[in-house]
Write a protein that binds this ligand. Structure first.
Ligand SMILES: [Zn+2]
Length: 164
């Protein structure tokens, strides 16, 4: 994340909130609401500042109610199969019932990690919208035009508050 140094503080805050959610849940599994508040704050910050979070983080957050998905505590995991071959791990949120299916493929490579993605970014910086290249990665992610402040700019004011 060397190129995102200007958002270092925001990423540190996201990291803190994510760890805090894990911490309160591990201390007491009844702290679902508090963990949800932390994750909701984390999601709001990422949306307002248009920060990309790692897929490993996003896979543990419920899209619907922002719960932290811990298998056996706040979520259930089941194996599902489609057309005999493809297997999925279905993670279901115990709070709201929303489920997400993750493909069981240890060799799966994210688009951002592929060499051709790196080449494309070097050739055309800022010219290649990620939405066209990795729809499955960015599903549920929206740039949220209302959250981008017109007076901001790349080095504009960084709002860390939650004025909504
Ligand atoms: Zn949920």
């Amino acid at each position: 994340m060397a190129q995102n140094l200007k958002d270092k503080e925001a990423y540190q805050r996201l990291n803190y909130l994510y760890q805090a959610a894990h911490c309160v849940l591990s201390e007491n599994p009844e702290n679902v609401e508090l963990a949800r508040f932390y994750c909701f704050t984390q999601k709001t910050i990422a949306r307002r500042l248009v920060l990309r979070q790692d897929p490993s983080v996003k896979r543990t957050l419920c899209k619907k109610c922002c719960s932290l998905l811990i298998p056996g505590v706040t979520a259930t995991t089941r194996q599902r199969r489609k057309k005999r071959k493809t297997r999925f791990t279905v993670v279901r949120c115990l709070s709201c019932g929303q489920s997400k299916a993750l493909l069981n493929n240890p060799d799966y490579c994210l688009w951002a990690d592929r060499p051709e993605a790196q080449l494309a970014q070097q050739k055309q910086p800022g010219d290649k919208p990620l939405n066209n290249t990795a729809p499955q990665l960015l599903r549920g992610w929206s740039p949220g035009p209302s959250s981008i402040q017109p007076q901001g700019g790349p080095d504009g004011p960084r709002e860390t508050g939650l004025q909504q």
